[in-house]
Design a protein. Structure first.
Length: 285
């Protein structure tokens, strides 16, 4: 696929299915996260190995790949803890502040600074997210351990996006994803052992859903998103990922019979407008 924007769009659609699958699967969040990474790794590793597509990174790149894998694993693990300690809505809102952290990271640490369009679009998209989720959630934020872990999840997510941008300038997405997912799998396996999460005893249906999560929501989705990250600015990619909440709402309406209100529609439109502004070539006044 040569169009990075199309790859990003398809990737976002694939990860947007994940919350629906989680709703259907009676498995702990940490166990689900581990198998999402482990199944994806088990599928891709023999493919890239026998097709000789696995590039050998240099020592500095290896270190950053390990950090990427740990950051992604931490993001998933911490996000689950945030949900357990507060609510899914609050955790989702705080995690989706990641584009702001990406923008700040680029501003302070990278030579390619975000332009005015990014900050305008980011502000508008965050407002849209608040409208989509419900402004009452914003007023009811509880500044407890759940709040802290929600913020931390977004920081890990942003760190992953920024670090992966560096690695993807050195190697192809499929090689990066293979190494990163292996690191995340090992990291999450250790976390599951520490918190005594189950690794087996699931039904055939559950194993089937876990397979879909690993192949569709992780391997295919993040390979496409990594390709988009390689070709596009990291801040645009991170902000575009906010549309996941909107797409997930549509999937929930289709498959879980959840209601889409006028408020959610307006919030989704604001998010899309904010994302569109960041892709506008000319500087807005």
């Amino acid at each position: 696929m040569k169009n990075p924007r199309l790859a990003l769009l398809i990737g976002i659609f694939c990860i947007s299915v994940f919350p629906i699958l989680v709703k259907w699967t009676p498995v702990s969040g940490l166990s689900s996260a581990f198998y999402r990474m482990a199944i994806a790794s088990a599928v891709v590793l023999p493919i890239v190995f026998f097709r000789k597509k696995l590039e050998r990174p240099n020592q500095k790149t290896v270190l950053i790949i390990v950090l990427c894998g740990i950051c992604f694993g931490c993001d998933i693990a911490v996000w689950n803890i945030a949900i357990q300690q507060s609510s899914a809505t609050q955790a989702t809102l705080l995690t989706n502040l990641a584009p702001i952290w990406v923008g700040l990271g680029m501003f302070f640490f990278l030579p390619n600074k975000p332009n005015r369009n990014f900050w305008m679009g980011a502000a508008l998209a965050v407002i849209g997210m608040i409208v989509l989720i419900g402004y009452e959630t914003f007023y009811e934020l509880k500044f407890d351990i759940g709040f802290a872990f929600g913020i931390l999840s977004g920081v890990f997510y942003a760190a992953y996006i920024l670090l992966s941008k560096y690695v993807l300038n050195q190697m192809q997405p499929i090689s990066f994803m293979t190494y990163s997912m292996l690191v995340s799998s090992i990291f999450l396996a250790v976390i599951c052992l520490i918190f005594e999460q189950p690794f087996y005893g699931f039904s055939t249906t559950v194993w089937g859903v876990l397979m879909v999560q690993g192949i569709l929501c992780q391997l295919i989705a993040w390979t496409l998103i990594s390709y988009a990250t390689q070709k596009m600015e990291a801040n645009r990619v991170s902000l575009s990922l906010l549309s996941q909440a909107l797409i997930t709402s549509v999937f929930a309406w289709l498959f879980l019979k959840e209601t889409i209100s006028l408020q959610m529609t307006i919030g989704g439109a604001i998010i899309l407008l904010g994302i569109r502004i960041t892709f506008y070539k000319k500087k807005l006044p």
